[in-house]
Design a protein around this ligand. Sequence first.
Ligand code: 5RP
Length: 259
Amino acid sequence: MDWGMKNRISRIISPESGRTLMLAVDHGYFLGPTSGLEDPRKTIEPLLPHVDSLMLTRGVLRTSVDPAISVPIVLRVSGANSIVGEDLSNEAIIVSIEDALRLNVTAVALSIYIGSRYEHQTLKNLASLVNECERYGIPVLAVTAVGKEMTRDARYLSLSCRIAAEVGARMVKTYYCEDFQKVVKSCPVPLVIAGGRKIPEKDALELAYRAVKEGAVGVDMGRNVFQSSDPAGMIRAVRKIVHEGSTVEEAYATLNLKV
Ligand code: 5RP
């Protein structure tokens, strides 16, 4: 691995702890003004001091994030669909490598949809993106298993994550499931988990706790942070679990939730 690639990965995954806390706010690329992200700047700014990286689209990056920040950016570069469209899996690469470089991103992210109608297309997207990004030392994060009503079990997630790594993703984002260790074991690159739909805060913390205990390098959470009644408290609580070895109880006790 060359210096640039290593340097960028180490800006996302702490070389000291081997862990990462990513904040995902890219949902608008197919969901539009998602609840909690109607005014992205207002949501993002108070959370920035607590995160290791920020995953978002170029539109939100340009309009809603101060260019003077030092938080590494993971830029979503796949899209061209919507929640009301024909098929969520019908994605393309929608950002050029030149624009990603101009935006000084640390990594790029793209979704693959294993078992969907557009599986082949999304895997070709991943392969093309990896080919381009390897040239410049930019890591590609592959996002697996979004949207489709697939059974998100260890068998399916292992299949998806392994294929992503085989095609060349440097990191994979997936979902927590029963027997998660199986998914981790069969994936040769670091895994982070998404939080998924909003669930009670304690359950989301439990999810983060189990995922890192069972081998994920961290979390890339969105809705369970910014849709909480205490978003800053929630990101700090997840941080305690990911980086400080806190238990769920200890992290939960720090929240100041509105009832
Ligand atoms: C959607 C994504 C989102 O960033 C991802 O789902 C993470 O957010 P959440 O924790 O809200 O699930 O990649 O394709």
